[in-house]
Write a protein that binds this ligand. Structure first.
Ligand SMILES: Cc1ncc(COP(=O)(O)O)c(C=O)c1O
Length: 391
């Protein structure tokens, strides 16, 4: 029998990071000590308070049982309280919040609830791949909005033609932004909200990195409005809980209701003991503060090395990435490969792997992304190696 996937599966390439993984594995197979800045998955242990909470929760939740799909009441109430504390926003735990298996599940599945075949979802370019992939699997049409340095890595809504705007049903935004590290301003969010309400587009703000910043505190889109809007967030980055798979959506109750209906058909929710751990994590800000100062230290060590070898200034404002501009005579792949030289052996993601060519421009082309996920010792080692680089 010839095993064939459906047209969507056949039409898409491998997940971008498969390529990065291959490059890294080749070096490792040759016995080279690789320092991996490729994928945004921190090596930092999950904080002890959270690990303690889950140990206790496993005993408390002796009988397993299918978790309530929307989330446990404690988890939902804690999310609501956290929104009030962090953004001064009121969201009703029963009607305006839904639990999700990290934000990836929410992002990928969301279009299944809201798109009809051929409907458009507007997504940032470069951007987190599930915005586009989830749309394709829902038989929608992704239309990418370039994030260019000249526009502060914000999409230019004037470039969206009237026909596309008319067909659009979802717009994805992501600030703090992966990979460009840009932050959204209130006027920008207002512009996005106006565009979406004029065109009857659901606005989804992916705020997975809202707690990862250096100086300026990121805002949530929910501070401006909730009508027609949902924000997606997660404990993955804030509390180094990537493996726990726990996050949420919050916002317009009509959207949340439909999302919950979809979710009830897909899975049975995050394990209750993991929601307990997430509840404990959201009640503690000390570990988040500590994590921010660790990322600042890592960032500064790398920026110092980049300065020494004369790389263009690319200080990140947020997230745990550096969206480093490459030297003038390199493409992003060429510069990533240069860093893979066996004397350097530093793995990064070429910006062009994270973005597509739209209107003749690939906005990731002149950048490489460093995810500051190695340990501080490894970062020091990487910085020393990079200082030897001749460009
Ligand atoms: C922009 C963005 N959104 C969402 C996620 C998903 O994170 P999680 O599913 O672990 O919450 C990531 C992960 O890297 C991301 O970069």
């Amino acid at each position: 029998m010839d095993v064939k996937a459906n047209e969507v599966m056949e039409s898409i390439g491998t997940y971008a990071f498969d390529e990065v993984d291959k490059m890294r594995d080749n070096l490792k197979a040759r016995g080279i000590d690789v320092i991996d800045f490729g994928v945004g998955d921190p090596l930092t242990p999950t904080p002890e308070t959270i690990r303690d909470a889950i140990k206790k929760a496993i005993d408390k939740r002796k009988s397993s049982g299918y978790p309530r799909n929307a989330g446990t009441p404690e988890y939902l109430e804690t999310i609501a309280a956290w929104h009030k504390f962090r953004f001064n926003v009121d969201v009703d735990p029963d009607t305006q919040i839904a639990s999700s298996l990290g934000s990836k599940e929410a992002v990928f599945n969301f279009p299944l609830a809201f798109l009809n075949p051929g409907d458009v979802a507007l997504a940032p370019n470069p951007g987190y791949p599930p915005y586009e992939r989830g749309t394709l699997f829902a038989h929608g049409k992704p239309v990418l909005m370039n994030l260019e340095e000249s526009n502060g890595f914000l999409p230019d809504f004037e470039k969206i033609d009237a026909q596309t705007a008319q067909k659009a049903k979802i717009m994805w935004l992501n600030y703090p932004n992966n990979p460009t590290t840009a932050l959204a301003t209130k006027p920008f969010f207002r512009e996005a909200i106006d565009f979406c309400s004029d065109n009857e587009v659901i606005l989804v703000s992916d705020e997975a990195y809202s707690e990862m910043y250096f100086d300026e505190k990121p805002i949530s889109i929910l501070e401006l409005e909730t009508e027609g809007i949902v924000a997606v967030n997660s404990l993955s980055k804030r509390s180094a809980m990537t493996g726990y798979r726990v996050g949420w959506l919050a916002g317009d109750e009509r959207i949340i209701k439909k999302y919950k209906k979809l979710k009830a058909n897909i899975d049975s929710g995050t394990a209750t003991f993991i929601q307990d751990a997430a509840t404990a994590a959201l009640k503690d800000e000390a570990h988040v503060e500590k994590m921010r100062s660790e990322y600042r230290e890592k960032r500064d060590i790398m920026l110092d090395a980049f300065k020494t070898i004369g790389l263009p200034e690319s200080t990140p404002k947020s997230t745990f990435y550096i969206w480093q501009k490459v030297p003038e005579n390199y493409t992003s792949v060429e510069f990533s490969k240069k860093l893979l030289d066996e004397n350097i052996a530093v793995v990064t993601t070429p910006g062009s792997f994270l973005s597509s060519t739209v209107d003749g421009v690939n906005p990731g082309e002149n950048f490489v992304r460093f995810a500051l996920v190695p340990t501080i010792e490894m970062i020091r080692d990487a910085a020393e190696r990079i200082r030897k680089l001749q460009i």
